[in-house]
Write a new protein. Sequence first.
Length: 198
Amino acid sequence: MNFLAHLFLSGSPGAARYSDVLLGNFIADSVPGKQLENYPANVQTGIRLHRAIDTFTDQHPVVRRATQRLRAAGYGKYAGVISDMFLDHFLARHFQHYTPEGLADFAQRIYVQLTARRQEMPPRVQHFLPYMVEHNWLLNYANLESITRALNGLSRRASPGSGMETAVVELQANYAAYEADFLEYFPQLQQHVAQFLD
């Protein structure tokens, strides 16, 4: 999944290890293999949590149904990337259903916490974090214009003909189906994460 879900699923903000788990979950894609051993134990927990979320998501039958729909629409090997973006969109749209904290407040709190620990992040993450904050990615997952911009950016870095820049058209055409996928899948992911963090 994309940043919003990973950050949201980093545990309770009141937990003693929350800041470390949040950091690890955020940087995990830039920490290959056993390089996680270079980080403190609770940051390692966050990295492992991120990987557990990805594995659960990739193997979940509801998510596979969504990616099959995207493959049928012509998005091939990029169906998983697009599905992740769609899932974050629906989390943003339904955020108040899962927490009393407003999405705007959540986003600002997360930006403050991550920025305070920027120097502990891999260089790639240090580089894009200010851009993420400036353009308020977490809040903007809720609107389709921002999803379109994000997918356009991804398409420029993908193989020619990925078609990712048109994926919002597919989302709009089958919005109710993708939304139903999210609403069925996300509570199961929350339960999986709760068990992981116990």
